[in-house]
Design a protein around this ligand. Sequence first.
Ligand SMILES: Nc1nc2c(c(=O)[nH]1)N[C@H]1C(S)=C(S)[C@@H](COP(=O)(O)OP(=O)(O)OC[C@H]3O[C@@H](n4cnc5c(N)ncnc54)[C@H](O)[C@@H]3O)O[C@H]1N2
Ligand code: MOO
Ligand SMILES: [Mg+2]
Length: 610
Amino acid sequence: MADEIVFAVLTISDTCSQDAGQDRSGPRLVKLICDAFQNAHIITAILPDEREQISNKLRELIAQKSPSVSAIITTGGTGFAPRDVTPEATKILLDKECPQLAQYIAQASLQKTHFAALTRGVCGIAGSTLILNFPGSEKAVTECFEVVRELLPHALQLIGNELPLVRRVHAELQGSNGIAPPSGHICPHKTGKGDDSDRNSPFAMIPVVQALEIIFQTVQQQRAVAQLLNEFLSPVDIPPFRASIKDGYAMKSTGFSGTKKVLGYIAAGDEIIVHDLEEDECYKINTGAPVPHYADCVVQVEDTKLLKRKKTGEEDLVEILIEPKANLDIRPVGSDLRKGSKLFPSVDHSEVVIKSVLSSVGRNLGGVRKPKIGIISTGSELLAPEQAEEMGKIYDSNTTMLAELLQYFGFECAHKLVLSDDLEAVKGKIAELYKNVDFIICSGGVSMGDKDYIKPALQSLGFTINFGRVNMKPGKPMTFASKNENYFFGLPGNPVSAFVTFHLFVLPAIRWFAGWQRDKCELASLPITLQNDSIALDPRPEYVRAAVTSRNGRLYATVNGSQMSSRLQSIVGADVLVHLPGRTASKPNAVAGDVYRASVLRYDFISKYE
Ligand SMILES: Nc1nc2c(c(=O)[nH]1)N[C@H]1C(S)=C(S)[C@@H](COP(=O)(O)OP(=O)(O)OC[C@H]3O[C@@H](n4cnc5c(N)ncnc54)[C@H](O)[C@@H]3O)O[C@H]1N2
Ligand code: MOO
Ligand SMILES: [Mg+2]
């Protein structure tokens, strides 16, 4: 497209080149560019810290014509380590160095951290392409981009890009063109106004990482639980008394081994014995029972021999076979947890953990508020599962699926609604519901049909549509909207699309709202080896449902049959969502042996061991 400005983001890292999921600074840069330039087209690549490979890739990008690449930003490989060679690989291609620009970035970075002195990134021009070397961390690329953001339009203009285009870019950057994009920032794909002359969706199709970023920026965290866990000080010592670690005999360590008289028997729950005992006396004691005040050692039963019982059957004399040592097998007061110390060493949102640990100090979570969530399924074709079959109708699976998913992940559904495709009814019910909940998870009615009323309903209720399409399969019309502290997820109606988008977007949003740490909000993910012979890649990145086999310590994924977004059977036996990349000319198919990242859908995610 003539209107596009082409950027390339090159992540340079040995680690990320082996496992793209580790790359944080590359996706961050993509997001920053998308935010700053409405008409950016972004090429991305990940390379190892290999000088020749980096130079070759840069050379290829610089030589690219129609459209030519306006700017390349590299991230990584600028430090002092032996394998940091990005500046060297860049320099040999530059026609002109731009030392002032490099210095300007360095100066700004130095104000944030002295460690900025340890990066060696260069800036320069090769042909008509601007190249900037940024360091390899997410924080650093954010700071560096902030520095060059304002300068880039001018810089690109001066390098020789089309003048009107750059002027427009600049106007957009300043927000002076008067046309606000629906989501605030738009990436490449075809968008239109959606009127009769332009039949494309008016919503930009944004990358998954950007959609997630928007969600995290929009949803306000309720810090109540995190704060409570962070600040909770233990009201008690554990153990509250010196407790025996073994079943054995409590005695004075100053006495020796040999015969001792058994004064009595102390069980867990008994009171602490406070009177003195002789060195040749002892008490029989159980694990967890209080050690007598004047005893300082427990000898386990295995290291003793019973010599004599009383007529009543109780033990009378015992031989201690080892030398008693002070503090042997005694847990001192507060040795597991000291009164007044932090109960939770880190914030862990597992209810199992929170409730168990609180109960160990005699407390519970009290009145902490959980996110309130409502579920809506839309569609005039929907029948409740208990209804009789009817011509033209189908059974509603999404209401049940979404409510069960919430429950599986420890959240609750407060309200369930099934609505017909009727604009006024949809509007009215959303208006009622959103006042009573934090989140609405709706399915259906978000695509291009005449009866897809969700987006218009939201707009007329004053919601901001933060995004209305995502470059993914399934889930393209995925919609996220917000109004103050109310959040609306418009999941596509196809059941599998709803399933995938719940896991990728809704769950992280709810966890974030509930105060979870950012890194823990998304599903856990791991690298997995594909077993299927060959799968044709879609132009959109695809999230395929697959079963996991463990073989010789390695995990393999088998994709579950047809991946049509209407075919709910693909979730049967689905342990993971394998992230297949979008098709490229050089990689049209995914083949057996390819390694991809996979999001783990369930706790028991290995179906088969071979
Ligand atoms: N012209 C275009 N048409 C469509 C596009 C597009 O880009 N251009 N996107 C397609 C994609 S991708 C998807 S996904 C769907 C999303 O559709 P909607 O969100 O508008 O959902 P509906 O039209 O209401 O329903 C789609 C499909 O799903 C069935 N459905 C809906 N709700 C349920 C439910 N609760 N339980 C079971 N099945 C449900 C519904 O009957 C439809 O078959 O749009 C494409 N079209
Ligand atoms: O993206 Mo739709 O969700 O393919 O079916
Ligand atoms: Mg539709």
